[in-house]
Design a protein around this ligand. Structure first.
Ligand code: ADP
Length: 235
C-alpha cells in the first residue's frame, strides 16, 4: 500500500500510496518547542497516531467531513489527499498562551464564547495571525469557504469539548487544518497532544507540554496518560 516518502514535516512524514488520491501520514516521536528545538519523546508518535485516528473517526460519526479513511498502524493513518489551505485555525475556550499575554486576560479564564483565530502557515518564521479579509484578499480562501471553516470549527469544538469533559479534562484550545477535496472543505491533518492543550480536572494541572520541556520522561508520561484516558471506551 505505502509507496514512497513524498515529504517530511516537523512531526509527520507523508507517504504516497498505490492510490493516487490517498496518502499515509506517519507520526514521528519529535516534539518541536516554540524555540524551534526538537526533542525526541518516547512513543509520542504512537500515541498521537492512535488519538488522531480515534478523534477524526469520532468526528466523522457526527458527520464532520474529515480526510480520515483508516488506521494503518499505531503511527500511521490512511487519509484522502487534500489540497491544503496554508492556514491553521486555532479554537480557544479558555485564555492561555499568547492570548492571555497579549490581551491581559488571566490565564485559565473561561471565555464567554469560543474564539476562532486564523494563522498563516510559514515554513520558517512564527505563524502570523490573519483575519477573514486578509484570507480573501490574498486569495487563500473564498468568503463561502471561510464561512464553512468557521461553521465546521465551531461544530468540532462543541463535539470535542464534550468529549474531553466526559474524561475530566477542559479543552483549553486546539489547532486544526483544512483542505479542499473537489471544492469541498474537509478537515485534514491531526488532532493530538501536539495540537490541543488540556486542563486536567482530576489533578488540577495545566497540560501544556511545552511547560514540561526540561523533563522528557514526564512529557512521555503525560502523553501516555492522556492517550489512555481519551481512548477509554466507557465514557
Ligand atoms: P508541518 O511541518 O507542516 O507543521 P507536519 O509535520 O505535521 O507539519 O506535516 C504534515 C503535513 O501534511 C502538513 O504540511 C499538513 O498540512 C499536510 N497534510 C495533512 N493532511 C493532509 C492531507 N489530507 N492531504 C495533504 N496534505 C496533508
Amino acid at each position: 500500500m505505502k509507496e514512497k516518502k513524498i515529504s517530511e514535516g516537523k512531526t509527520k512524514k507523508i507517504f504516497s500510496t498505490t492510490k493516487e488520491e490517498q496518502l499515509i501520514l506517519y507520526f514521528k516521536d519529535d516534539y518541536v518547542l516554540k524555540s524551534g528545538k526538537k526533542l525526541a519523546i518516547t512513543n509520542k508518535g504512537k500515541s498521537n497516531g492512535l488519538v488522531s485516528a480515534y478523534l477524526l473517526n469520532y468526528l466523522k460519526s457526527y458527520n464532520v467531513a474529515t480526510h480520515f479513511i483508516d488506521q494503518v498502524s499505531e503511527r500511521e493513518i490512511l487519509v484522502a489527499k487534500l489540497d491544503m489551505l496554508p492556514l491553521e485555525v486555532l479554537v480557544r475556550n479558555f485564555a492561555a498562551g499568547i492570548l492571555a499575554e497579549r490581551y491581559k486576560v488571566k490565564e485559565g479564564t473561561e471565555l464567554e464564547c469560543p474564539i476562532i483565530e486564523y494563522y498563516l502557515k510559514h515554513e520558517e518564521n512564527e505563524d502570523s495571525m490573519i483575519n477573514e479579509d486578509h484570507l480573501i484578499s490574498f486569495g487563500h480562501a473564498s468568503s463561502d469557504e471561510i464561512k464553512e471553516i468557521h461553521r465546521l470549527s465551531s461544530k468540532i469544538n462543541a463535539i470535542l469539548r464534550d468529549f474531553f469533559r466526559r474524561r475530566n479534562y477542559h479543552l483549553i484550545d486546539f489547532r486544526i487544518e483544512y483542505g479542499r477535496q473537489n471544492d469541498r472543505i474537509v478537515l485534514g491533518d491531526e488532532i493530538s497532544m501536539d495540537t490541543f492543550r488540556l486542563w486536567d480536572l482530576t489533578t488540577d494541572t495545566y497540560l501544556d507540554l511545552e511547560r514540561f520541556k526540561r523533563n522528557r520522561e514526564k512529557m512521555a508520561e503525560i502523553i501516555d496518560d492522556i492517550k489512555s484516558r481519551l481512548l477509554m471506551e466507557s465514557s
